[in-house]
Design a protein around this ligand. Structure first.
Ligand SMILES: NC(=O)c1ccc[n+]([C@@H]2O[C@H](COP(=O)([O-])OP(=O)(O)OC[C@H]3O[C@@H](n4cnc5c(N)ncnc54)[C@H](O)[C@@H]3O)[C@@H](O)[C@H]2O)c1
Length: 323
């Protein structure tokens, strides 16, 4: 199966963000023309600065909650703040971004008869009662909590994708992304990988919520993008939802120790109370991705952390942490 679609015009919403900017890189490498749409809420020009003079790249500052009229063959819909501190900053805007953003992008896809992929999330499973989570699990989600603007917004976006598929025969792809990390993550997004790395590099105490025995699975960005691009070029009957993530679990304590080891930091661990609605365990069942996309992650956590740490170290060296 081909990962790259050649000579297509592809829209990436959220293209100046962490995952989106890497996706723009990969699509350009494959020969496509890329239109990156982003309102720069959590994304940055720095993530795409190396692409601005590329002849097949175009950046448009635009908020996906407003309609967009351009001509493209494929749409990757990634626009949405992804970390709790960002998506809880303006929860109403977060829901609008997922829901109105989906309606606007699906409307565009319908008008153009374009293929459209939604970057959904493992958060649609909420605090799951089933482990590991497979795509047929409907989830255990709080509709009125602090995380709901994100979780329910993404669930509603999935509903819209499938209704456009059934009602308008739109060619859709829904990827449920589990925790992903790598260079160009936000250094201050409060997520566990960035938190631990920043604390270790700055010699600060490493904050563990709860007893540190809760587990997470971490997928490196390159692995994730291979799966997303394979999903986009999969046969039309492969709509998803399809889990993309790394099923290998680590406890927060193991992650902290690995980061301390790689950075050679002398940081100590401190334990704090677990925030409300924080799931104790989340792990993807990726059988469907193995079967339909012939994909599984290949990059080991240590290897992925090394390049992420190098990136953060460079930001610190150049004093670009808050830039
Ligand atoms: N990184 C992960 O672990 C992860 C996990 C699950 C799902 N996802 C999903 O993948 C997508 C990308 O996540 P990311 O980690 O790259 O986050 P990110 O915050 O780096 O990227 C999101 C991008 O969307 C842009 N954006 C936000 N609201 C917008 C709006 N209204 N209009 C236009 N642009 C807007 C932001 O400026 C940013 O560039 C998101 O949809 C997220 O929900 C990510």
């Amino acid at each position: 199966m081909r990962e790259y679609e050649e000579e297509k015009r592809i829209l990436v919403t959220g293209g100046a963000g962490f995952l989106g900017s890497h996706l723009c890189d990969r699509l350009l490498e494959g020969g496509s023309e890329v239109i990156c749409v982003d309102n720069l809420f959590t994304g940055s020009r720095r993530n795409i600065s190396h692409l601005l003079s590329h002849p097949r790249f175009e950046f448009m500052r635009h908020d996906v909650t407003f309609p967009l009229y351009i001509e493209v063959d494929e749409i990757y819909n990634l626009a949405c703040p992804a970390s709790p501190i960002h998506y809880q900053h303006d929860p109403v805007q977060t829901t609008k971004t997922s829901v109105h953003g989906a309606i606007n992008m699906l409307g565009l896809a319908k008008r153009l008869n374009a293929k459209i992929l939604q970057a959904s999330t493992s958060e649609v499973y909420g605090d799951p009662k089933v482990h590991p989570q497979s795509e047929d699990y409907w989830g255990h989600v709080n509709p009125i909590g602090y995380r709901s603007c994100y979780d329910e917004g993404k669930r509603c976006a999935e509903t819209l994708f499938f209704d456009y598929h059934r009602q308008h025969k739109l060619n859709i792809k829904v990827a449920r992304i589990f925790n992903t990390y790598g260079p160009r993550m936000h250094p201050n997004d409060g997520r566990v990988v960035s938190n631990f790395i920043m604390q270790a590099l700055q010699g600060k105490k490493i904050t563990i919520y709860g007893d540190g025995l809760q587990t997470r699975s971490f997928c490196y960005v390159d692995d994730l993008l291979s799966a997303m691009m394979r999903l986009m070029s999969s046969p039309d009957d492969v709509t998803g939802p399809i889990n993309i993530g790394n099923p290998h679990e680590f406890t927060m304590l193991e992650l902290a120790e690995l980061i301390i080891d790689i950075t050679g930091s002398s940081s100590e661990l401190v334990f704090k109370e677990l925030p409300s609605d924080d799931p104790l365990q989340r792990k993807p069942n990726i059988s469907l991705a193995r079967e339909k996309l012939n994909w599984e992650p290949t990059i080991q956590l240590r290897q992925g952390l090394e390049s992420t740490i190098t990136y953060f170290d460079d930001l610190l060296d150049r004093n670009l942490i808050n830039a």
